[in-house]
Design a protein around this ligand. Sequence first.
Ligand code: NAD
Ligand code: GLY
Length: 370
Amino acid sequence: MNDAETVRVELGPRSYDVRIGQGLLARAGREIQPLLSRPKVAVVTDEHVAALHLDTLKAALAGIEVATLVLSPGEATKGWDGLRQATEWLLAAKVERRDLVIALGGGVIGDLAGFAAAILRRGVRFVQVPTTLLAQVDSSVGGKTGINSPHGKNLIGAFHQPSLVLADTAVLSTLPRREFLAGYGEVVKYGLLGDAGFFSWLERNGPALPAGDPELRNHAVVRSVAMKAAIVARDETEEGDRALLNLGHTFAHALEAATGYSQRLLHGEAVSVGCALAFDLSARLGLCPQEDPVRVRAHLRAMGMPASLADVPGDLPDAEGLLALMAQDKKVIDGRLRFVLARGIGAAFVADGIDIAQVRSLLKDSRAGY
Ligand code: NAD
Ligand code: GLY
């Protein structure tokens, strides 16, 4: 299948296309060619992705000089050491202001290589070639780049929009099922935050997605990217609406901190639990119908995803401990927790100053499991 769909991220002079379809990696040369000022690119990737997909990209870039940096896979690479390695390597590879950096990989590589591109020579252009579902539907779009600090995740970074995103949905076939499902946590998030029809579509078609139906996968990625693109176009630097993309994330960040950002709980799995909790909280506050959190949890569980604190393997801090971790989240403003809540499926909004006692009692009940 050679057709690709295009979602445009409208940001004035920083606008770009997100191309989505099967087989785009093998056609990357043609897609990227119009952006080149000379036949040279620098590719940053990780060992897992290099072993599976780098040869296809290199073959697609025949006739173009390709320098390649292969980094260790995993979140630990997205730190100061990884950034120094990437930027010094880009300089050694003589990447110039008008050259192009290609980030081939998941969110770790996209965030790191994007940030390296943002600060190299005060900014060079880069292309995102996301290879995880999470990166295709979320991290490769919208220009958030950065690294982690010992003080917390994603605390050092810059907005630096890519010049192009190439999301080849065929590469998702090599993704471990658990990683695919973690990315699905972000897909569900889009339905929950702004498109009830899409959530219904996911209820019907979600279970077929991990198995790999190409049409269904393309639709899920295209719809997710279109929603993100529209939100980013309205609010590039998260002064308002972009915060909606953080549905479930206040809970999720606390859970990721509590589980040490480890394989015990992947980011998308934490988002899955977080979305279920956000709907529970919304129902308890009388904001949405009681049936909505039941429906959200039922779908997540049908997908084999965690949907309550009791679904997280191993011990977790008690409700007080989790509240303390939420208070460390960088989206705390003036000491008050900010949540994205919902008036129903597909109707999220940003809520400040909500009753912490309700959050505490929800966390206690969710630990007990329901
Ligand atoms: P990741 O990049 O670590 O990839 C997960 C694993 O899958 C890695 O081991 C990787 O090597 C492997 N992998 C990647 N593509 C593969 C493929 N096609 N086949 C087989 N294996 C493959 O993790 P991720 O979930 O893609 O991204 C998580 C990161 O994204 C976090 O650092 C998070 O903070 C960041 N993030 C950023 C944004 C943003 O807006 N910039 C949004 C969400 C998440
Ligand atoms: N992943 C949240 C954002 O891009 O704003």
